[in-house]
Design a protein around this ligand. Structure first.
Ligand code: ATP
Length: 385
């Protein structure tokens, strides 16, 4: 969808901002460009919509060499979001959002209708905010309008230059989350510039880590964290990259343990005899469909009448099988639990323990990076069947 072929940009004063750059962004993919200040990220992005022309090399958008496309037409097909938002101060939020559709010939009423939809989509009530002017909004709200405006003409390509840079960390976190939710339905082809490695990891399907005018590594977040291509990349992603890795590593079903279980309808006396024979101190409690209900301690069942249902405790802590190790770990901490149930829909698949989490994390890091191999830590594990 976007292709850079040996692109170099040298400014008239001799600065080489971008040096022989080649990479592809696939259709529907979100690529983050990350690196320290002055490494050429913004220059790269501005060459896509021809705000800057390269000194040499070619850039293609949707198979068309952009140097042959009229810049005004080109820009109407590419949404552009910048940190300063670039909103027109004398236009209302609604009219700011409707700018591009109006420019491309939409009737004003239809464009405003579309703008209202977009504002709603980015979490701004058009009835409340539509008639305000940009200086009557908070920084985070202005950023949302910037995103809504870029999306208004439904361009297949979005360029975003530090779109969430000007807001505090709490608002940034929320905007990132909302943008990911939107992108999951929109599937735009996105180039996003950031200097923040955490943001690059969180948002990017792939990350381009910039050194000075060059890409040092172009890969998935998991690979950039797990196998940095150069010592520069390793340093840039930070000494705590193993922890960052948690947020991009999916749960592997092979890591799940199957603890002893009891059925809700099972008589307590039967369950306790069986569990004791297995040497189990507790069991996961499932309903007739295999869905997680909770757990029960063997001691609690001893000498008790009724069924397991009468004695089981509800278990609120669980995560979906599609979750990440970070989600698993944080749920475990939140509920102060020694294990976390993993569900596929309602179906109980097994539990993750701190030991399994640790093992999974170790596997994501190359042996050279791990240094001296250490044995399994002494962590209390769930008894297995
Ligand atoms: N018009 C210009 N004339 C000369 N040099 C320029 C010009 N614009 C940018 N540069 C230089 O090109 C290099 C890359 O700049 P660019 O803005 O692309 O970096 P960046 O990675 O986006 O940085 P930041 O994160 O600070 O925005 C820098 O050394 C910058 O000083």
């Amino acid at each position: 969808m976007i292709r850079f072929e040996s692109v170099t940009k040298r400014y008239p004063d001799g600065t080489t901002a971008v040096d022989d750059l080649s990479f592809d962004v696939d259709e529907g993919e979100l690529v983050t460009l990350v690196g320290p200040s002055g490494c050429g990220k913004t220059t790269t992005m501005m060459m896509v919509n021809r705000l800057i022309d390269p000194t040499s090399g070619r850039i293609f958008v949707d198979d068309a060499d952009v140097s042959g496309v009229d810049p005004v037409r080109l820009r109407r097909g590419i949404g552009y979001v910048i940190q300063q938002t670039g909103l027109f101060p004398h236009r209302t939020v609604l009219d700011n959002t409707a700018t591009v559709p109006v420019l491309t010939g939409w009737k004003r009423a239809k464009a405003r209708e579309r703008a209202a939809e977009l504002l709603d989509l980015v979490g701004l009530d058009p009835g409340v905010y539509g008639t305000r002017y940009p200086d009557q909004l908070s920084g985070g709200q202005r950023q949302r309008v910037g995103v809504a405006r870029a999306l208004a003409a439904d361009p297949p390509v979005l360029l975003m230059d530090e779109p969430f840079g000007a807001v505090d960390p709490v608002v940034r976190d929320r905007l990132q989350k909302e943008f990911l939710r939107l992108q999951a339905t929109m599937h735009k082809t996105v180039l996003l510039v950031t200097h923040d490695i955490e943001e690059a990891i969180r948002l990017g399907d792939r990350i381009a880590v910039y050194g000075d005018g060059r890409i040092e590594q172009f890969d998935t977040p998991a690979r950039v964290l797990g196998a940095p291509a150069t010592s520069y990349v390793a340093e840039f992603v930070g000494a705590d990259r193993a922890l960052k890795q948690l947020s991009v590593t999916a749960i592997d079903r092979a890591d799940l343990e199957r603890p002893p279980f009891a059925r809700l309808a099972e008589p307590a006396a039967e369950a306790v005899a069986r569990l004791r024979a297995e040497g189990a101190r507790w069991a996961v409690v499932l309903d007739a469909d295999g869905a997680l209900h909770g757990w029960v301690g063997t001691e609690r069942l001893a000498g008790a009448g009724g069924t397991v249902a009468d004695h089981a405790r509800r278990m609120e802590a669980w995560i979906p099988a599609s979750g990440t190790l970070k989600a698993a770990f944080s749920e475990m901490l939140k509920h102060d639990a020694g294990w976390i149930a993993v569900l596929d829909g309602r179906r109980f698949l097994g539990v993750l323990t701190p030991t399994a989490l640790h093992e999974a994390l170790r596997r994501t890091i190359t042996p050279e990076e791990r240094g001296v191999s250490r044995g399994r830590p002494e962590v209390d594990s769930v008894p297995t069947e």
